[in-house]
Design a protein around this ligand. Structure first.
Ligand code: PGA
Length: 239
């Protein structure tokens, strides 16, 4: 998995049949593919770990380790179910569940106790008053580094993956420009040089070739396009 471009597929709250990925994988060993189904389907997907080297993860975890937290799932439960990765701090959790950076940090701590690799999402809202590309990117890099300062406080950066997802690019069909991504990725690299870094936000089969070559970029966090297993496997084979 070391140097291969990672494809982290976040199905969100969409049902994806395990069989649809099995058909698209078609017997290949794909150690750079990480699938993030809903909690209930983690066990259905985990057989692909053994059969095709695919990794499985979750989309969220509780910040608590146990106790009276109705509806929550802790890191130990995820590990037992078969998850080796888990997304934290996704912008949809910040928006709909008001997840704070301090909570995201607690989730990272919980995951690391169970050897689950946290995939930490950071990213800025668009600033409409800034219409200059360089200024927008400068704003973005400062914003994400401030987020990382809180989330990674006293955390070993080599144990986490950081996903740069500009909020305005998520699910909108608007991809950040190559220059913008480059500027922000290089700031993340300077701050957390031992972390792997992903880009996310409307990444798909028609724009991936532009993005994969970006310096210090180790992979993509893919939402909408992950519902199309054939396109995911086609991109993996092309790279
Ligand atoms: P998208 O989602 O690819 O549909 O923009 C990315 C994400 O939310 O991680």
């Amino acid at each position: 998995m070391e140097n291969k471009f990672l494809f982290v597929c976040n199905f969100k709250m969409n049902y994806v049949k395990p069989l649809s990925y099995k058909k698209a994988i078609n017997g290949e060993q794909l150690s750079n593919l990480i699938l993030l189904p809903n909690f209930c389907d983690i066990k259905s997907f985990r057989r692909y770990k053994k059969n095709y080297s695919v990794s499985i993860g979750a989309q969220n975890v509780s910040e608590f380790s146990s106790g009276a937290h109705t509806g929550e799932v802790n890191a130990e439960m995820l590990k037992k179910a078969g998850a080796d990765y888990c997304v934290v701090g996704h912008s949809e959790r910040k928006k709909y569940n008001l997840e704070s950076l301090a909570q995201t940090r607690k989730k990272v701590v919980e995951l690391l106790k169970y050897n689950i690799t946290p995939i930490i999402c950071v990213g800025e809202e668009i600033v409409l008053s800034v219409n200059n590309e360089q200024k927008q990117a400068d704003y973005a890099k400062k914003y994400v580094v401030e987020e990382l300062k809180i989330i990674l406080k006293d955390i070993d950066a080599s144990k986490v993956i950081i996903a740069y997802e500009p909020i305005w690019a998520i699910g909108t069909g608007k991809v950040a420009s190559k220059k913008h991504i480059q500027i922000v990725i290089s700031a993340i690299k300077t701050y957390a040089h031992s972390s792997k870094i992903l880009y996310g936000g409307s990444f798909n089969i028609s724009n991936y070739k532009e993005i994969v070559g970006i310096k210090n970029l180790n992979g993509a966090l893919v939402g909408g396009e992950s519902l199309n297993p054939h396109n995911i496997i086609a991109m993996i084979k092309q790279i």
